[in-house]
Design a binder for this molecule. Structure first.
Ligand code: 5GP
Length: 177
């Protein structure tokens, strides 16, 4: 598979679309069993998780709902660490079994922030599912409940993840070369 150039940087394939689809299917299978009769509410984190959320959602065969939230925090290829705001919890999440769907957990700042915010809404339960997890970059005592792939701490794009706005439409996940 060919390298891609986005803005000034070259990226090479790290995880192929077929593998991504298989892992998402496996995750959906577990959720279908674990959340049977719980009517989970998926909360996709925009923008990066929109493809992950859509592909996972299509594989869920139990009663469920989906909604989206947004956090402003990141630009360029390094996390700014400054998480600002969680927008979009219009849906009533009180007493609901919430499953957060995130594209990637890097330092864990964003994940921790989202969970703290959601806890204030008296949910029945909160679990955190991420497509990608960089355990070596983690700064907090946090572990996602579900992660499709654990990766080394390098900058990645594709399958919803961008580099300064571009690259979200790549079907595979690419890493900075
Ligand atoms: P954290 O708060 O865990 O440090 O970072 C979480 C957010 O940073 C993710 O939701 C994502 O938007 C962004 N991020 C972290 N690592 C990467 C990466 O390798 N590539 C891209 N495109 N975004 C990343």
């Amino acid at each position: 598979m060919q390298d891609v150039k986005i803005h000034d940087k070259v990226f090479t394939v790290m995880i192929e679309a077929k593998q991504i689809n298989e892992r998402i299917k496996t995750l959906a299978d577990s959720i279908n069993i674990e959340y049977k009769d719980k009517k989970p509410l998926f909360l996709g984190v925009l923008n990066g998780a929109f493809l992950f959320a859509a592909d996972l959602f299509k594989e869920i065969n139990i009663e469920c709902e989906i909604s989206f939230v947004k956090v402003s925090s990141y630009s360029g290829t390094e996390s700014s660490g400054a998480v600002k705001n969680l927008i979009g919890i219009s849906h009533s999440i009180k007493d609901r079994h919430v499953i957060v769907l995130e594209d990637i957990v890097d330092t864990g700042d964003t994940a921790r922030y989202i969970i703290e915010e959601l806890k204030r809404h008296e949910t029945a339960s909160i679990k955190f599912a991420t497509l990608l997890f960089k355990p070596k970059a983690l700064k907090h005592n946090f572990k996602p409940d579900y992660s499709c792939f654990e990766i080394d701490p390098a900058f990645v794009v594709g399958f919803g993840l961008d580099y300064d706005g571009l690259g979200r439409n790549l079907n595979d996940i690419y890493v900075l070369k």
